[in-house]
Design a protein around this ligand. Structure first.
Ligand SMILES: Nc1ncnc2c1ncn2[C@@H]1O[C@H](COP(=O)(O)OP(=O)(O)OP(=O)(O)O)[C@@H](O)[C@H]1O
Ligand SMILES: [Mg+2]
Length: 507
């Protein structure tokens, strides 16, 4: 689904005349580019779409997603100002709350991989002489030819893709860097240009620059968890806590950085401690990521991981820590699920296409992983596919191709026709057009899943899905195919999702 975003954003052309406001240091919305006011529920706004998708990946940080998205749109619309980066953000807040995750999630959405980020670990540049590693030593210095600068135009361009020309640059833990790095950055933030040791320049005009920092984090911890053993921010209203943390962050920032540096930052965003609901959503993501990882890495040897509600609650109980945010949850999942699973695979205890059920032990102290045998019924050699679309040409075309591949195609031109078919047939997958004469494909997909929980559902659309529908697709793991597409794309998509246990979700 993420493949389509940059295109969608382009499609909106010059819409959204964002005001550009320089020298706006706070997250206060008045200082950020503001989308033009519009009625709340305009369904096909790509900004809302991107915000919705980003906030599914970065859970529980609505302020961050809302603030960053308009800058991306400004770039996509070709309206980003010249002579400076597209946007400069300072991300603050307690550990493990999604600061770095935000940049990775954006890279995934815009470029198709979380790795498309030029990351500078500022902890590696604590000493003045180390900063030369970043920009290369000037000519005349001994060995200057051997020092390859880390920040070159080539490296900046290497993190862009054909889909999107915006580079995401992350200076992680900026407070650890030597002062000369902050001075260098001043030039980048101010003019969008970095001068290297050999006097060549790197242009940051097509970049979003993210600075993360733990400034004030310790004081924030005291506020969140004044007395260890008590609940996070006990007794305090959430919005009180939010503004307290923001104040702590800003005081720490003002103490550390010069006003001219702060003035060149577009937004300072304070990340909030994660609530139990957010951690629960993150846990669900982590488990589906683990399943996807198993599917892609093990291919035909993959299996289904089934984590019932009680075991999820167990992981949440053990992994919820106000001190370490989602990092503790990640560690808990790793220790209690990923590692034991890896041991089982390595020692040949998991057969291809089997199920691994994760249960809580009797004493509630650990998780127990049990395997059950392969479920042959789930691996159809010749799947049956239900196609619901009133486009007869597409129906005929796919019918011919699938017949050649030995697949069976059932067709319906409306949602009611599809529901009727299901009374006598059991398709393995359904390919549903979003616009149906008597409903929409997403709604129908949800209904079909209620009838046949294992059915793979793919939604097709000729335009952008409304954000609510996008969210439903994400939630139910319905991939969305943008028309026009190649017939082979559809067949591959169905094939990959019909491999044993693929996308079974194990919820
Ligand atoms: N808000 C969130 N939404 C989704 N996942 C999250 C969130 N916060 C943390 N995580 C998970 O926890 C991991 C660590 O988070 P991240 O690296 O973003 O922390 P951070 O805020 O940069 O913390 P630190 O200040 O310690 O560097 C992420 O890789 C992700 O798996
Ligand atoms: Mg971090």
């Amino acid at each position: 689904m993420s493949d389509r975003l940059p295109e969608q954003l382009h499609n909106q052309g010059g819409r959204g005349p964002y005001r550009y406001n320089r020298g706006s240091p706070m997250v206060e919305r008045t200082k950020n580019p503001q989308p033009t006011p519009r009625p709340k529920k305009q369904p096909t706004d790509p900004a809302e779409n991107l915000t919705a998708i980003l906030s599914q990946k970065v859970v529980g940080q609505p302020a961050a997603t809302r603030v960053i998205v308009p800058y991306i749109q400004m770039f996509q619309a070709g309206l980003a100002p010249e002579g400076r980066p597209v946007g400069v953000f300072l991300l603050l807040g307690p550990t493990g709350t999604g600061k770095a995750k935000t940049v990775e999630a954006l890279a995934d959405i815009l470029h198709g991989s979380e790795k498309n980020v030029l990351k500078v670990d500022c902890g590696e540049f604590q000493m003045e002489h180390e900063v030369a590693k970043l920009i290369g030593a000037p000519p005349g210095y001994l060995g200057h030819r051997e020092t390859q600068p880390m920040l070159t135009q080539q490296k900046l361009n290497a993190v862009t893709t054909d889909r999107c020309g915006l580079s995401l640059v992350l200076f992680d833990e900026i407070e650890k860097a030597a002062p000369s790095l902050t001075r260098l950055l001043l030039g980048v933030l101010d003019k969008g240009v970095l001068r290297l040791g050999d006097n060549s320049t790197v242009n940051f005009e097509k970049s979003l620059v993210f600075l993360t920092s733990n400034l004030g984090a310790r004081e924030m911890m005291k506020e969140i968890n004044p007395d260890f053993g008590f609940q996070a921010g006990a007794g305090m209203e959430r919005h009180d806590l939010t503004s307290k943390l923001q104040n702590i962050a800003l005081v720490a920032v003002r103490k550390k950085f010069s006003p001219e540096f702060i003035n060149r930052i577009d937004c300072i965003i304070t990340y909030q401690p994660l609530t139990v609901e957010s951690l629960s959503a993150i846990l669900d993501h982590q488990i589906s990521d683990l399943q996807n990882h198993v599917n892609t890495r093990l291919g035909p040897r993959c299996f289904t991981i089934e984590v019932p509600f009680e075991s999820r609650q167990w992981l949440l109980r053990k992994g919820t820590s106000p001190e370490y945010g989602a990092r503790e949850l990640n560690r808990t999942i790793h220790r209690n699920l990923t590692q034991p699973l890896a041991t089982m695979v390595a020692t040949g205890q998991v057969e291809p296409a089997s199920r691994v059920r994760v249960e809580t032990a009797e004493d509630d102290e650990s998780l127990v992983l049990r395997t059950t045998g392969p479920d042959e019924a789930e691996i159809p050699a010749h799947p049956t596919v239900l196609l619901v679309d009133d486009n007869r040409d597409l129906l005929h075309f796919l019918e011919r191709l699938m017949a050649e591949a030995g697949w069976k195609l059932l067709t319906a031109e409306s949602a009611s026709g599809a529901r009727k078919l299901l009374t006598s047939e059991k398709p393995n997958a359904a390919l549903l057009d979003y616009m149906l004469p008597d409903g929409n494909g997403v709604e129908l997909g949800v209904q079909l899943r209620q009838i046949a929980s294992r059915m793979q559902v793919i939604v097709m659309t000729g335009s952008v899905l409304p954000p609510e529908e996008e969210a439903i697709c994400e939630e139910h793991d319905f991939p969305v195919l943008r028309k026009p597409f190649l017939a082979s794309d559809v067949m591959n998509q169905i094939r990959s999702r019909l491999t044993p246990a693929a996308g079974a979700g194990a919820r």
